[in-house]
Design a protein around this ligand. Structure first.
Ligand code: HGY
Ligand code: MN
Ligand code: MN
Length: 416
C-alpha cells in the first residue's frame, strides 16, 4: 500500500478511454445507454470487454449463466473476486455497472503490466442481467455464481413472453447446467464491487469514497386488478368496476408506506392498463411494485400490511385483486474485514471517506449471501442514476478504481 500509483502500473487514461468506449455500445438518442441484458448491445459489450480481459492477462469465459468471467491464477489456491455488470436499464447511464467492470479489468492490467502475481488469483466478473431486463427478476448471473440459481428460475417469462432460459441460451449460456457456473466457494476469500453511489450522499458531503456498510433488501410484488371493461358513456358511476381507479388507490397506498413508518422506500414503477382506450372503463391493470428496506423483518411486516390493503381496495371497489409476491433480494451486511481494508486504503490514499448503506441493489448483495463482500462507492453528481444524466467526475472515477486495486492488494497481503 506504500506503492505510488506509477509503481503499480495503474493507467487512468486507459480506464477513462474504456468507459467512454463502452458508453458507445448501445448509446441511446437521449445521450444514455440501452444495453438490456442478452440483447445485441449487451452481447457486443461483453465481446469488447472479453478482449480487454485477454490484454489484461485474464482468461475469459462465458459461463452457463452467460456471465463473462476472467481469471488470472495467483501463487496460492485461493481467489479474490471483483467486477460488476455490463447491462443497463433502458436509457440508463454510462457508469452503472460498466465502471466496476472496467475498473476490475484495470486492476488485472495493473498486475499484469508490472509482472506482479498476488497470492490470491484474481477473478473478474461481468455479471449477466443485473438490472432485470424486460421485466425479469434480475441478478440472474450473480445468483448462479454462488449456487443460488433456483432463486432466479429459468422458466420465468419476460415481457415479450420469452423464458429466461431461452434468453440465456441465446447469450451463450446453458440453462440446464447452471450449477456449473458456481464458483469454488470455499476458495473465494471475498468479492469487492466498485460502483457509483447512484444517490446524493457523497456528492452532498464532498467525500470521494463511500465505504458501503450493507445493501438494502428488496421485495418485488406483481399485482393484477380485474375490473369490468364497459362503455365510458353509458355506464353510471355507481355501476362501474374500474380497474384503473382501484389501481390508483393501490399506488397511493404503496407510496404512503414509508410515510406511515413502514419500509424505507416503496415504488410502483410499472403500470399497464387494458384496454387503455379513452372511452372504455379500464377492465384490467397490472402493477409492478417494489419495497426496499435494510431490515428483512420490516419487509415481512410491510407485506402483511399490503395484503390487507389490497383486500380492502378489492371490496371497496368491487374488483378482484391478484397479488403475487415476487423476488426477495435480502439485505446483506458488508464483511468487517473488507470494510476495514477499504477504510485503511482510503485513509492511506488521503481520500475522505464515509460509511454508508447502499440504497440500490447490486450483484454484491447476492454474492454476499454466501461469501464475504464489500463495496466501494464513488460520488454520483447530483445523486442521479438510471438516467442519461448519470455522471461522475473523472478524478473520482480514477480514485475509486485505484482504491479498488489497493483494497485487493491489501486483502491479498492480509489473508494468505
Ligand atoms: O435497481 C437497482 O437497485 C439496481 O440498480 N439494479
Ligand atoms: Mn442499475
Ligand atoms: Mn449497477
Amino acid at each position: 500500500m506504500s506503492d505510488a500509483p506509477s509503481d503499480i502500473g495503474f493507467d487512468g487514461d486507459r480506464l477513462l478511454r474504456r468507459v467512454a468506449e463502452l458508453a458507445r455500445v448501445g448509446a441511446s438518442a437521449a445521450g444514455g445507454v440501452t444495453r438490456e441484458a442478452w440483447g445485441p448491445a449487451d452481447l457486443a459489450a461483453r465481446d469488447l470487454v472479453a478482449g480487454w480481459m485477454v490484454e489484461a492477462g485474464l482468461s475469459p469465459e462465458v459461463d452457463a449463466a452467460a456471465n463473462l468471467i476472467g481469471r488470472s491464477p495467483g501463487r496460492g489456491g485461493r481467489w479474490l473476486a471483483t467486477g460488476s455488470h455490463l447491462d443497463t436499464v433502458v436509457d440508463g447511464g454510462t457508469l452503472d455497472g460498466a465502471y466496476g467492470v472496467v475498473a476490475a479489468i484495470e486492476v488485472a492490467a495493473s498486475l499484469h503490466d508490472t509482472g506482479r502475481v498476488m497470492e490470491h488469483g484474481l477473478l473478474v466478473a461481468a455479471f449477466a442481467n443485473e438490472e432485470g431486463a424486460r421485466g425479469t427478476s434480475g441478478m440472474t448471473g450473480s445468483h448462479a455464481c454462488v449456487g443460488l440459481h433456483a432463486d432466479t428460475p429459468v422458466e420465468e417469462l419476460d415481457d415479450d413472453g420469452v423464458t429466461v432460459g431461452e434468453r440465456l441460451r441465446h447469450a451463450g449460456g446453458d440453462p440446464a447446467a447452471l450449477d456449473h457456473a458456481c464458483w469454488p466457494l470455499a476458495d473465494v476469500e471475498a468479492f469487492v464491487e466498485l460502483h457509483i453511489e447512484q444517490g446524493p450522499v457523497l456528492d452532498d458531503t464532498g467525500r470521494p469514497i463511500g465505504v458501503v456498510s450493507g445493501i438494502t433488501g428488496r421485495q418485488g410484488l406483481d399485482v393484477v386488478v380485474h375490473g369490468a371493461a364497459n362503455h365510458a358513456g353509458t355506464t353510471p358511476m355507481h355501476l362501474r368496476h374500474d380497474a384503473l381507479a382501484a389501481a390508483a388507490e393501490i399506488v397511493l397506498a404503496i407510496e404512503s408506506l414509508p410515510r406511515d413508518g413502514g419500509v424505507r422506500v416503496a415504488t410502483c414503477g410499472h403500470v399497464a392498463a387494458s384496454p387503455n382506450v379513452r372511452n372504455v372503463i379500464p377492465g384490467q391493470v397490472a402493477l409492478g411494485v417494489e419495497l426496499r428496506d435494510q431490515d428483512a423483518a420490516v419487509l415481512d411486516a410491510a407485506m402483511l400490511g399490503v395484503d390487507a390493503m389490497l383486500a380492502r381496495v378489492a371490496v371497496a371497489r368491487g374488483v378482484t385483486v391478484d397479488a403475487r409476491w415476487g423476488q426477495r433480494v435480502p439485505p446483506v451486511a458488508s464483511d468487517p474485514a473488507v470494510v476495514a481494508s477499504v477504510r485503511r486504503v482510503a485513509g492511506a490514499m488521503g481520500l475522505a471517506w464515509i460509511d454508508l448503506p447502499s440504497g440500490a441493489g447490486h450483484d454484491a448483495q447476492i454474492i454476499g449471501r454466501v461469501l464475504p463482500i464489500g463495496m466501494i462507492f464513488v460520488p454520483s453528481v447530483g445523486g442521479v442514476s438510471h438516467s442519461p444524466r448519470e455522471r461522475t467526475d473523472a478524478a473520482d472515477l480514477l480514485a475509486g478504481a485505484e482504491a479498488l486495486l489497493r483494497t485487493l492488494l491489501d486483502l491479498d497481503g492480509r489473508s494468505r
